[in-house]
Design a protein around this ligand. Sequence first.
Ligand code: NAD
Ligand code: 0WE
Length: 256
Amino acid sequence: MGLLDGKIGVVFGVANKRSIAWAIAQAWAREGARLAFTYQGERLKENVAELVSAFGSDTLLMPCDVTRDDQIEAVFQELRQRHGRLHLLLHSVAFAPREALEGRYLDTSREAFRVALDVSAYSLTALARAAAPLMTEGGSILTLSYYGAEKVVPHYNVMGVAKAALEASVRYLAYDLGPQRVRVNAISAGPVNTLAARGISGFTEMLRHYEAKSPLRRNVLPEELGATGLFLASDGAAAITGQVIYVDCGYQIMGM
Ligand code: NAD
Ligand code: 0WE
């Protein structure tokens, strides 16, 4: 008896075994969900194929660059043909051009702003709109945010602006989809050492800062993000929508 028995889900944002999407997908699968996966491009295909082979050889795996309407359409067309319905969607995707995460927010170019907001914020709306017609039995849409959406985190820059737009999108999507029993929530995660975090200068210091300052005096573990992702997807969260849930060892409550 799994919490997600009979549920069908699709996961956007697995790059490798350290991806937050992978931790949440594993928690969903362990509780009985049937999952399909997408990957950003050919560069990641092999990696992701190897990971998802753990879920059986008939696991649906499709390319999807979330800036491409044609690829989004193809993913949901395939899901409709294979399963006919959908209950769960995980959006764990973000990107800003590297140079926008260095230096001043003030210097963000129009193009870097466009790319960051397109990939990291608009994509949730595009995916939710494509998923909604398949979520005929209700559903749960989940995305990943970060504290830089609400407070200044040096160098997070345009990603902070994109996460603010993402969190506002969660609320508007929750309102639009509520009548069809589709819930939309975000997990605001503390820092995790993933591909997207590696190479960010000062990331190791950030991990140490959370360890020193958060009420729980440690960093969040991927499996803890998996556990919260599972809760939000389950009937235990049936009355929770439009929310940003902090999974950050309490860091967000601190004033100093
Ligand atoms: P990750 O690199 O494993 O995942 C990021 C994913 O985004 C990758 O799978 C990448 O392929 C995908 N992606 C980027 N551009 C894309 C595009 N155009 N089309 C499709 N996919 C695209 O890193 P992660 O840390 O697991 O990041 C997942 C989410 O978690 C992101 O939204 C990130 O902002 C958020 N987050 C991360 C942390 C952290 O410290 N790692 C903290 C809070 C929130
Ligand atoms: O959302 C993120 C990072 C997302 C991200 C990472 C990269 C690195 C490679 C988006 N775009 C890019 N572009 C690249 O070229 N996090 C929450 C992790 C993160 O990133 C930071 C952080 C934290 C935390 C950047 C600066 C300061 C703090």
